[in-house]
Ligand binder design. Structure first.
Ligand SMILES: Cc1cc2nc3c(=O)[nH]c(=O)nc-3n(C[C@H](O)[C@H](O)[C@H](O)COP(=O)(O)OP(=O)(O)OC[C@H]3O[C@@H](n4cnc5c(N)ncnc54)[C@H](O)[C@@H]3O)c2cc1C
Length: 417
């Protein structure tokens, strides 16, 4: 694997950029592996990487029906943070943020992590009281968070209308300074390149179409668009299509699939150096390194597998931008898109065993799983390799829907990021 550094850049510059090698291998699938992972988004790729890196399991295939990162991983608004409420979630998401903090160096790939802070704007006394509890819980869980006065909010987001006439009055805010953004494609490509270098076979254009199971129900092979592939263990990380794949295995998941939209404007000079989100409207906004304002909002209101998104949400989100940041009212929108997210009733992920022996799952990150890619991969790899859940992942087992031990993070993960 070519190491990416200043020296190789210089060398390739003098050689006319002709010596770069492909970032990952694209082999034909073999008929048998130790482990097969289905889903070439960030979570599947990170799982394959940590299987090889942490556990020495290198005879691994990663199957992706389209192209790497073509699902939600390449469609999200790139926000990373760990500002959740319950201790179980704090442990999970902060583990992830800490992995992100060292990821560029570990993968030798610039994931463009920018810890520019995530500022939540609060619009009522109730928002303020809720935020005080939230900040207290985060601090008790050992995670950085601070309450902001309206003046501090304005300093962080100068474009925000904090005047007494504002349609959404600003009572204050709270911030996690270690939060921010990372480049989503780079996270997928970085994990793919590092996994491939450790021996993982990355197979794009390979759709899972069914499971082969033996008499005791254990899955022994997968039927794919490129033939039958056997393995000792299987992992699925297919986000918005989790229920579809589960149905192939003959079981149901407490997951609903919705479209979630995002938008980007024409490029502007730097105008926003943090991530801002508003509890009043569910709108959130940041500025990419290319200058475009990256904007997101709430879920579409009905279940769907169509990666388009509908008009009422577009009007609501863009109206909120114009109301709250009036100086942006005449900025032109460049693109709009959607991804299909897997929403669970308690807004927490599902990690670990499925009812099918030999098949393990990572799903249910809903609108907020980009930030969790490192931890999601780490946890699924741990369970597959050791046969037991990692302590951090144990509370997020599917069995919590039988025991009732739900971890309700709707407030932290519901709409804005
Ligand atoms: C508009 C939008 C904004 C978002 N913003 C944020 C944000 O700011 N911060 C944040 O933390 N999260 C955000 N998210 C959520 C985040 O993107 C997802 O939770 C995360 O990317 C899920 O990663 P994944 O690897 O599980 O799934 P995906 O990236 O969706 O990958 C799953 C892969 O499985 C493949 N697949 C499906 N079925 C099959 C099959 N039968 N055979 C083979 N392959 C199959 C798909 O093609 C896909 O590539 C956002 C999501 C969207 C849509």
């Amino acid at each position: 694997m070519t190491r990416y550094n200043a020296w190789s850049l210089l060398k390739q510059g003098f050689a006319g950029q002709r010596g770069w090698t492909a970032a990952w291998r694209s082999p034909e699938p073999k008929s048998r592996y130790d482990v097969v992972i289905v889903g070439g988004g960030g979570h599947g790729l990170a799982t394959a990487y940590y299987l090889a890196k942490n556990h020495g399991v290198r005879n691994v295939a990663l199957l992706e029906k389209g192209w790497l990162g073509g699902g939600n991983t390449g469609r999200n608004t790139t926000i990373v943070r760990s500002n959740y409420y319950y201790p179980q979630s704090a442990a999970l998401y902060d583990f992830s943020l800490r992995l992100y903090e060292g990821l560029a160096r570990e993968l030798n790939y610039n994931i463009m992590l920018s810890q520019r802070g995530v500022v939540n704007v609060l619009h009522s006394r109730h928002d303020m009281e809720g935020a005080a509890r939230w900040v207290g819980a985060m601090n008790a869980n050992g995670i950085d968070a601070e309450l902001l006065t309206p003046r501090q909010v304005q300093e962080r987001v100068p474009l925000l209308d904090v005047s007494p006439r504002a349609r959404y009055p600003v009572w204050g805010g709270f911030e996690q300074r270690r939060g921010g953004t990372a480049r989503h494609d780079a996270v997928a490509w970085g994990y793919a390149r590092a996994a491939s270098a450790l021996g993982v076979d990355i197979i794009q254009g390979c759709e899972l179409q069914g499971f082969r199971r033996e008499g005791n129900g254990r899955v022994t092979a997968v039927e794919t668009s490129r033939g039958t592939i056997a393995a000792d263990a299987f992992g699925m990380a297919v986000a918005g299509h989790s229920t579809v794949v589960a149905a192939m295995g003959g079981f149901r998941l407490p997951v609903s699939s919705y479209a979630l939209q995002a938008f980007v404007t024409e490029p502007l000079k730097p105008v926003l150096d943090t991530v801002m989100l508003s509890f009043g409207t569910g709108m959130y906004i940041s500025q990419s390194d290319k200058g475009g304002l990256v904007i997101g909002g709430g879920l579409d209101h009905y279940l769907s597998y169509a990666q388009r998104g509908n008009m009422p949400v577009i009007r609501h989100v863009l109206g909120a931008v114009a109301d709250q940041l009036p100086a942006l009212g005449r900025v032109r929108l460049a693109r709009q898109w959607a991804g299909i997210v897997d929403v669970v009733h308690d807004s927490s992920p599902i990690l670990g065993e499925t009812p099918v022996p030999g098949l393990f799952i990572n799903c249910g990150w809903g609108t907020g799983g980009f930030k969790a890619i490192p931890v999601g991969g780490w946890m699924l790899a741990h369970h597959i390799a050791t046969g037991r859940p990692h302590d951090i992942a144990a509370p997020f087992a599917l069995s919590r829907f039988l025991s009732g031990a739900l971890i309700d993070e709707a407030a932290a993960s519901g709409i804005p990021h």
